[in-house]
Design a binder for this molecule. Structure first.
Ligand code: 1HE
Length: 271
């Protein structure tokens, strides 16, 4: 029995290894991991539990991955069609998407998305809630909402616009433009383009997990909160966070190692 077994997950799985690296898997490959309402509820449950352990315990980093050839096909269009939802029902569904994705982005635990195939519509909204996105050669990004007669509802107007800028997002939605490969990296949709996105995502998660959890908590919550603030309040908030993080006991040994010259220095990459 793991700490997640009692959640009764159907469309997702969670496994945590001995180092505290959690693997959260979208596990609905026959539907290209389309996000039905139940999957979103599972993501809320998973990331509530991951965040609740706090910066001192439990999960130290998350790799978000998917079964099958595609990361995520976005909103479950078949369910949406069948449900024939009323406006307020879809509004409340969107609020659940936001609950799940906010728990990811503001939860204080690094989430690394291992991408492949389609990362489209709500799938891109999910990916953009991760802290680091890793793409491979098969990965492609799009916002086909316009073509479907829909609009984004899972935070793309905030997070995707933040990644690529307002003008590119509007173009993507008006025209269905697809980004992939180095162009996707250049516009900011992912930070890494590699042969094996999962292997790289685990490498990043393991590297991040060597930082003190309180530092990662600040990195993976404070930076996002700051984006929502005025510059004046953000600077104040940054000072308070730095007051807590930069005096933590876990940093003492690291500072001592720098002072006694035993710590690694920051060097340029090998050329
Ligand atoms: C789905 C979905 C889905 C696949 N909802 N069932 N998103 C989109 O507009 C993308 C829609 N999907 C696609 O364009 C393609 O399916 C893919 C490019 C992702 C994959 O293509 P392919 O050829 O591998 O698969 P397929 O044959 O299209 O689909 C395989 C099955 O997955 C099929 O089910 P089956 O029971 O007939 O086998 C499809 O119905 C199912 N499937 N995608 C439901 N999205 C909060 S607002 C967010 C708004 C949005 O996200 S809009 C963007 C929606």
């Amino acid at each position: 029995m793991t700490a997640f077994d009692d959640l009764g997950l159907t469309f997702t799985t969670v496994a945590v290894d001995a180092d505290g690296i959690a693997t959260v898997t979208l596990n609905r490959p026959d539907k290209r991991n389309a996000l039905n309402a139940a999957t979103v509820d599972e993501l809320i449950d998973i990331f509530t539990r991951i965040g609740r352990a706090g910066p001192s315990g439990g999960v130290r980093a998350v790799v978000l991955r998917a079964e099958g050839a595609h990361f995520c096909a976005g909103l479950d269009l078949v369910e949406h069609h069948a449900e024939d939802r009323r406006p307020e029902e879809f509004m409340h569904l969107c609020l659940r998407w936001h609950e799940a994705f906010n728990k990811m982005e503001y939860g204080g635990v690094p989430v690394i998305a291992a991408l492949k195939g389609a990362v489209v519509g709500g799938g891109l909204e999910l990916a953009s809630s991760a802290h680091v996105r890793v793409a491979d050669a098969s990965t492609y990004f799009a916002l086909p909402e316009g073509q479907r007669g829909l609009f984004t509802g899972g935070g793309a107007t905030i997070r995707v616009a933040d990644l690529v800028g307002k003008a590119r997002m509007i173009d993507m939605m008006l025209t269905g433009r697809v980004y992939q490969g180095t162009e996707a990296i250049a516009v900011g949709l992912a930070q890494y383009l590699v042969d094996d996105s999962e292997a790289k995502a685990y490498e990043i998660a393991r590297a991040a997990a060597t930082n003190p959890p309180l530092s990662n908590f600040a990195i993976c919550s404070a930076i996002s909160h700051v984006q929502n603030m005025s510059a004046l309040d953000a600077a104040y908030m940054e000072s308070v966070v730095a007051g807590v993080v930069n005096t933590q006991p876990a940093s003492r040994g690291r500072l001592a190692a720098f002072a006694d010259k035993s710590a690694a220095r920051v060097r340029p990459n090998d050329t």
